[in-house]
Design a protein around this ligand. Structure first.
Ligand code: AMP
Ligand code: ZN
Length: 114
């Protein structure tokens, strides 16, 4: 737990969030400012600042995050497809420095992203 990290505080239950999935490794919550009908954030319980900090040792963690995303896409009924986004650093648009996947769906996505 990193005391000044918003998502660590959500994981610890200090800040409320709408949880849609929780297990020993992953927490998934609804984004407070949704950009699509389904907008879920999947994060590891453990603090990892960003995807830039990942190494091969994190392979199991990433497997759990991606498989939880696929399970949630199914339970959210995103049968027509969905998108996973990971923003990294200031140029990538990252505003919370705790690794998270954005699961977006329920509308047609555009490409290229902004
Ligand atoms: P990023 O910009 O990729 O770091 O994504 C951070 C996301 O966290 C944004 O989409 C925010 O809307 C979302 N967010 C910020 N604060 C909260 C919160 N308290 N509960 C849920 N989502 C949040
Ligand atoms: Zn954190």
């Amino acid at each position: 737990m990193t005391a000044d990290c918003l998502f660590c505080r959500i994981v610890a239950g200090e800040i409320p969030a709408t949880k849609v999935h929780e297990d020993d490794v992953v927490l998934a919550i609804r984004d407070i400012n949704p950009q699509a009908p389904t907008h879920v954030l999947l994060m590891p319980r453990q603090h990892v600042a960003s995807a830039a900090d990942l190494s091969e040792a994190d392979t199991p963690l990433l497997g759990r995050l991606f498989s939880a995303a696929a399970d949630l896409a199914r339970s959210e009924g995103l049968d027509g497809g969905w998108r996973l986004v990971v923003n990294v650093g200031p140029d990538g648009g990252q505003t919370v420095d705790h690794l998270h996947l954005h699961l977006l769906g329920g509308r047609r996505m555009h490409w290229p992203p902004g």
